[in-house]
Design a protein around this ligand. Sequence first.
Ligand code: FPP
Length: 250
Amino acid sequence: MSSSALGADSALPAHVGIIMDGNGRWARARGKNRLGGHKQGAEVARNVVRWAKELGIRQISLYAFSTENWERPKLEVRGLMSLLAILLPKTLPEMMQNEVRFRILGDLSPLPDSARKAVDLACKNTENNTGIDLILCLNYGGQQEIVAAVRQTLQWLQSQPDQQQSLSDLNPEQFRKLMWRHDMAPVDLLIRTGGEMRISNFHLWDAAYAELYFSDVFWPDFSQQDLQLALDEYARRERRYGLTSEQVEA
Ligand code: FPP
């Protein structure tokens, strides 16, 4: 049975995660600098959130800046941070109109003040919106998130009277509660644009059962039709969560 046979709701992913790759190559092909590609990529991100909301997707997470991206050329890093500081306040009216709740996944502490303030403003102003959750992954790394959860687990263990027992009782559900955004749904559909087939430290825990979809399209060219192609493919997949087809059908 395909997921679409389960009805309209299960045919649609609740949480779509996107690795927005290909900005640099898109820019180079047009004789622009890399930041030109990121600017166009930010425009596409705005559109994708609107399309996702119109389709009824509940959560979308966008990998905007990884923990490894700090090692990029300084000019590019500064440019991305400025883009964030400039574009977020500008996009706020549109987020309000589309009832977008803006949230962050990642450690904001090393971000420049201007970027952090823009993020805080967007989070505070949109916190009561219920249309769609936009989770911007900023200075995010899946490995770092897991290590942080392990650190918390060790602290929690120290406070337990029977540490051996608590350790053997620990299960994935409990452990997940220590993740940075554990109120977020697990990723159902993980899209990566730009032709590479990697996860690149994105949602390592929460994409455990995500359907993976790779598109050759560079992110700045990603269209509504490309999103629909990914969703159509998702609706055709059978999600088995380790079971057999026969068990899923039963
Ligand atoms: C990957 O493409 C893209 C990024 C590392 C940044 C994504 C950022 C945006 C879409 C803009 C919105 C985000 C902010 C922070 C305002 P790449 O540069 O690795 O492309 P390439 O593989 O072609 O070089």
